[in-house]
Design a protein around this ligand. Structure first.
Ligand code: 5AD
Length: 348
């Protein structure tokens, strides 16, 4: 089986049954994590790209079984930032040196697509990359947001197991999710997707399919995180996802997609102390600090204990020290995915 790890490291390809073999035993975990770390270093280098995350509204029309923002969660105080509040947080991040702003919200029209377009247009005046993570929209909306200047879109597939997807996402369709991802790709967005690890009834076979799906859809960035059970959701009482399994899905994704960007997700840090540092040494090269600068920042509670409470400046200092301790540095550039840059050069 060691040969499989070497094959993945050198050829960046594995068949479904080979991925499944590696996922089914912990005997080669050390080799997998180390191979992913080497591939990360070889392809995307030692610099860690930072993105400033602004969570501008927690209002959501969906009922995703695992998510604290689900509409049925009446215990959550809802908020929507105004255009000027969003811009205030974004400018603070830009002043701190960030070159990528990620605007994320629950799925709703509480801030209209036109309004988001205006925010994007404003932000583009500052020569930053703008990533949007607003859930499922119509193709027309994706088109207007792109025309307004958005560079990237983040929409996790969550799971490629259609039955599980539809169980976890009442009133949503797996086909529409795929259509959204394909539209985004066709419109020229740098495409970020990803999955949750540890959903009830999720199988290792479906996790292997998730990894192959990332390759097939042509993802430029892939975010993977363990499920963290939220008590105000129907999954209350279920076990959390496994950090090690999530880390392994992430490491295998790095082996198969060597030149993409992979964030060390906040969920990894929340579920295991120093989880983010471990992830950065197992294939990840991106960190997305929270830059939502309001009294509301604790209210974007997808899962419990998510938000860090220090200021952005202090947080940056802490990150700098932590990264230095593992021989890595922060790169305050736009941090385009290498894979995306190579394919856009080919197209030009
Ligand atoms: N635990 C971990 N991750 C979660 N997400 C939503 N709810 C949870 C949870 N309880 C993730 C989803 C979504 C991203 C923004 O947060 O994968 O795409």
């Amino acid at each position: 089986m060691k040969n499989l790890v070497q094959k993945a490291q050198n050829l960046h390809t594995l068949a479904k049954d080979e991925l499944l073999e590696l996922l089914s035993t912990s005997d080669y975990d050390v080799e997998i994590f180390s191979a992913a770390n080497q591939v990360r270093k070889k392809y995307v280098g030692d610099e860690i790209y930072l993105r400033a995350l602004i969570e501008f509204s927690n209002i959501c029309k969906n009922s995703c079984k695992y998510c604290g923002l689900r509409r049925e969660n009446a215990a959550l105080e809802r908020y929507s930032l105004s255009k000027s509040e969003i811009l205030h947080s974004a400018k603070n991040a830009i002043n701190a040196g960030f070159k990528t702003i990620v605007l994320q919200s629950g799925e709703s029209q509480s801030v209209s697509t036109d309004e988001v377009c205006k925010v994007v247009e404003e932000l583009k005046k500052f020569d930053v990359a703008v990533t949007l993570s607003l859930g499922e929209k119509t193709q027309e909306e994706y088109k207007s947001l792109k025309a307004a200047g958005a560079d990237r879109y983040l929409l996790r597939i969550e799971t490629t197991d259609k039955l599980l997807y539809e169980k976890m996402h009442p009133n949503m369709s797996f086909e529409n999710r795929i259509n959204c991802l394909e539209s985004l790709k066709a419109l020229g967005y740098e495409l970020a997707t990803g999955c949750l690890v540890g959903l009830p009834e999720q199988t290792l076979s479906s996790l292997a399919n998730d990894i192959l799906f990332f390759k097939e859809i042509g993802a430029d960035m892939v975010g993977i995180g363990p499920l963290i059970v939220h008590p105000q959701t129907p999954l209350k009482g279920c076990p959390d996802g496994s950090f090690t399994t999530a880390l392994k899905v992430m490491a295998l994704t790095r082996l198969l997609l060597p030149s993409i960007n992979i964030p060390a997700t906040t969920a990894m840090e929340t579920i295991t102390p120093e989880g983010r540092i471990v992830a950065l040494q197992s294939g990840a090269n991106v960190v997305m600090p929270n830059a939502t600068q309001t009294n509301y920042s604790q209210k974007y509670e997808i899962y419990p204990n998510k938000n860090c409470k220090t200021s952005l400046e202090n947080h940056l200092c802490e990150l700098n020290c932590k990264f230095a301790s593992i021989g890595r540095t922060i790169k305050m550039s736009r941090g385009n995915s290498l894979k995306w840059e190579q394919s856009s050069k080919r197209k030009a």
